[in-house]
Design a binder for this molecule. Structure first.
Ligand SMILES: NC(=O)C1=CN([C@@H]2O[C@H](COP(=O)(O)OP(=O)(O)OC[C@H]3O[C@@H](n4cnc5c(N)ncnc54)[C@H](OP(=O)(O)O)[C@@H]3O)[C@@H](O)[C@H]2O)C=CC1
Ligand SMILES: Nc1nc(=O)c2c([nH]1)NC[C@@H]1CN(c3ccc(C(=O)N[C@@H](CCC(=O)O)C(=O)O)cc3)C=[N+]21
Length: 305
């Protein structure tokens, strides 16, 4: 058996076209053009590529995208001051601080990731990393959905791979990927469309197990899953022998191996067993960017009052 390929790149293109149309109508109605400001500290090459991709995606959707490139020597106080400035700038709707932040050069005034993310106005927090937005999500009344988890939900929704009543095993428990995915899939309503499940099977109401580095017998656990979501950062962690035949496999991992991009799943082996699988590249990554654009438009709408 060969699994159905879940083509994230194509779905992201569809979503981006929908967003571009939404922006066009918004501007035509005399409302402001949505604007995203990304802050990039330091010169990490991977982060530079990501931020550039986000900038390009904004441009194509008719969203104004700017990047603040700050030197690696930036102090915590300086970065917090910049965020505060953007919080109060009415022309900026969305603010994103690219992670990871560089290791601080100033030990007296370091870049503290938690403090930095806490400083972003919850109304402009298009990554949905602020504690207010995390709390609203946990309570099932989200303002912004975190981009990668929302991308996974959109992907499953639009490929008709519902998880209601199914056993989902999420491997990874980070604040930005594993935890919010597990939360969204176990809620009562489909977060992708705020409860309107029309046109897709219910991507909610799953029975979710969260696995991590201290999980014993990971292979036995994953074998029980109807849907596996890998968000770890270890190439080939998930192998064919761990997959129940017909299961849906979503690979969130992005790893660079010999100058090539691979996920956490042994794609060649697993695709022979799984019912459906996302590739890397071309799977979840493009959806992350599409959902960032979605949140930027949402932030502009919030600013309209
Ligand atoms: N496609 C996209 O758009 C995005 C992709 N990514 C990618 O997703 C992956 C995960 O990112 P992120 O969540 O930020 O990573 P983190 O490093 O923050 O979290 C990794 C998680 O994996 C767990 N883990 C580590 N080793 C094992 C193991 N052997 N078995 C089971 N679990 C393990 C860790 O457990 P513990 O908690 O015990 O340490 C941790 O919970 C990365 O490859 C990243 O590049 C990230 C963001 C967006
Ligand atoms: N504040 C913040 N928000 C983020 O959303 C954020 C972040 N920091 N730091 C890093 C991670 C990682 N991330 C990705 C986004 C898109 C692709 C993506 O589009 N990947 C393409 C390939 C891109 C390429 O070829 O390099 C694909 O998978 O097909 C991947 C990874 C967002 N992150």
């Amino acid at each position: 058996m060969t699994a159905t390929l879940l083509n994230g790149k194509q779905i992201a293109q569809e979503i981006r076209a929908e967003i571009a149309e939404q922006v066009r109508r918004r501007v035509q109605a005399g409302k402001s053009q949505p604007k995203l400001c990304a802050i990039l500290v330091g010169d990490d090459p991977a982060s530079q590529v990501y931020v550039r991709n986000k900038e390009r995606a904004c441009e194509k959707a008719g969203i104004a995208g700017t990047v603040d490139r700050l030197p690696a020597t930036t102090t915590g106080t300086e970065l917090l001051a910049r965020i505060e400035q953007l919080n109060h700038d009415p022309t900026v709707h969305g603010i994103l601080v690219q992670l990871p932040l560089p290791k601080s050069e100033s030990s007296a005034d370091p870049l503290d990731e938690r403090r930095v993310l806490d400083a972003v106005s919850p109304l402009k927090d298009v990554d949905a990393f602020s504690p207010v937005n995390v709390g609203l999500l946990m309570q099932g009344r989200p303002r912004f959905l975190p981009c990668t988890p929302h991308g996974v939900v959109q992907l499953l929704h639009r490929c008709d791979r519902g998880v209601a009543g199914k056993h989902v095993v999420v491997i990874g428990r980070s604040d930005i990927v594993g935890k919010p995915i597990a939360s969204m899939l176990s809620q009562r309503t489909n977060m992708a469309n705020q409860g309107d499940a029309e046109g897709g099977r219910d991507v909610a109401n799953a029975t979710v197990t969260i696995a991590h580095s201290r999980t014993e017998n990971l292979a036995d656990l994953v074998r029980q899953a109807d849907c596996v979501i890998a968000a770890v950062g270890i190439p080939k962690l998930v192998t064919a022998d761990m997959i129940r035949p017909g299961a849906t496999v979503v690979d969130v991992g992005i790893n660079r191996v010999d100058d090539k991009l691979v996920g956490d799943v042994d794609f060649e082996g697993v695709k022979e067993v799984a019912g459906a699988i996302t590739p890397v590249p071309g799977g979840v990554g493009p959806l992350t960017i599409a959902m960032l654009l979605h949140n930027t438009v949402k932030a502009a709408e919030l600013a309209d009052g």
